[in-house]
Design a protein around this ligand. Structure first.
Ligand SMILES: *Cc1c(COP(=O)(O)O)cnc(C)c1O
Length: 389
């Protein structure tokens, strides 16, 4: 309502990222847009209609609550939702009632799905998650056989939409052998399931990194999270993509991805401080000359890490300004001595572009020791999201 900062989502950036993904994976593979973690901090409610406007029709979430929020946000009737993780009995019932699919990764989940499908009077739409080497969730050899029996015996209560697995770190070449082994195991188990009389409409295994780096993992559907938001899964994936390009293009590498998100606030107060004064709590920062200090109403309660005290940077009037002193719960102070024209009300960019300058989530996370993923999902859900063309 009157929040001290806002998050803008760029439709042109998302359009571009999806075009890039399409170029890489081809026209025939379904893209499931992964929107867990409040759409990686972008905000499910704002992001889902935007993604629909960019042509996406399939969404993956972690739990039934997120699926509920996607259903609330969707603007099209043909949008499909898939729960990859948690749902309790009520959640499963809701999912079945609302034609939301979910993963079956163990026998209790399958039995529960059957019971709930009977109760609701509609079939459960399921994806069988197979254990291929991640050793987290997934049906193993013997469970696959038992699950297939239950499904074949109850055709009116199940629609098997897909068979899937997840790789243990396709964004790092260090895991190459493990990923290849997982892929081989998956192929073999899919064959086993087909032999048990279950037809498999969709096989899926790849998240962003595998989709880009391991073409054979794409199959009929890919689950794309981080790349659609304009971030590489890792530096390695980015380098690997670059090195696959023709030699002459490697010299002029321009990032094909565009950040969808921009986070900004406004200068709340400016202050002239004489030399030799401490600024803010304690003694962590002392002025060395007469300095102009701007206060920005964003602090660690808004997801700006306290560890960025005396380290972070923001953009004001297209220039970088250093965070000085401790980041407070609700505000921070920045040194604008070298940008003398700064006044109250000026836009402050915390993540994103302003003029020709940019603060990347990457630079932000290197300093705060967080990966992009974690930095993004920490953005509080109550900062308003605004969509731009
Ligand atoms: C989060 C997640 C994805 C998406 O991962 P990205 O690296 O962001 O593309 C895909 N599949 C599963 C099972 C996930 O949990």
């Amino acid at each position: 309502m009157f929040e001290s900062s806002r998050i803008e989502l760029s439709k042109s950036a998302l359009t571009r990222n999806i075009r890039f993904i399409r170029q890489q994976i081809g026209q025939d593979v379904i893209i499931s847009s992964v929107v867990k973690g409040n759409a990686y901090g972008h905000g499910i409610t704002a992001f889902v209609p935007l993604a629909e406007a960019c042509g996406l029709r399939h969404f993956s979430v972690f739990d039934a609550t997120e699926a509920y929020w996607v259903r609330q946000a969707q603007t099209r009737t043909d949008t499909q939702i898939m729960i990859m993780g948690y749902a309790d009995s009520d959640g499963l019932e809701w999912a079945i009632e609302n034609e939301v699919s979910f993963w079956i990764f163990d026998m209790p989940r399958l039995d529960n799905a059957l019971a709930r499908a009977r109760k609701v009077g509609k079939p459960a739409r399921v994806h069988l998650e197979l254990e291929t080497g991640m050793n987290r969730t997934g049906l193993d050899d013997t469970e696959i056989r038992r699950a297939a029996e239950v499904i074949v015996d109850n055709p009116e209560h199940f629609v098997v939409e897909g068979i899937c697995t997840h790789y243990a770190g396709a964004e790092s070449i260090a895991n190459y052998k493990r990923i290849m082994d997982q892929k081989a195991t998956f192929d073999q188990l899919c064959q086993q399931i087909a032999n048990l009389g279950i037809t498999i409409p969709l096989r899926h295994s790849a998240a962003s990194a595998a989709s880009l780096s391991y073409p054979a993992t794409r199959m009929e559907l890919v689950r794309i999270g981080i790349v659609q938001y304009g971030f590489w899964p890792s530096k390695e994936t980015e380098m690997e993509f670059l090195l696959r390009r023709p030699q002459q293009d490697q010299q002029h590498f321009s990032d094909p991805l565009r950040r969808v998100l921009r986070w900004s606030s406004r200068v709340m107060h400016v202050n002239l401080v004489p030399p030799g004064q401490f600024v803010g709590y304690g003694t962590s920062y002392v002025t060395t000359r007469r300095q102009k200090i701007a206060t920005v109403p964003v602090g660690y309660s808004h997801g700006f890490r306290r560890s960025l005290s005396n380290l972070g940077r923001v953009l004001i009037r297209g220039k970088r300004a250093n965070v000085i002193g401790l980041v407070n719960m609700s505000m921070m102070t920045v040194d604008v001595t070298s940008i003398p024209s700064v006044e109250v009300g000026d836009e402050v960019v915390i993540i994103g572009r302003q003029g020709n300058a940019r603060i990347t989530v990457g630079s932000f996370t290197d300093m705060a020791n967080l990966v992009n993923y974690e930095m993004l999902v920490r953005l509080p859900s109550d900062i308003p999201r605004v969509v731009h063309k």
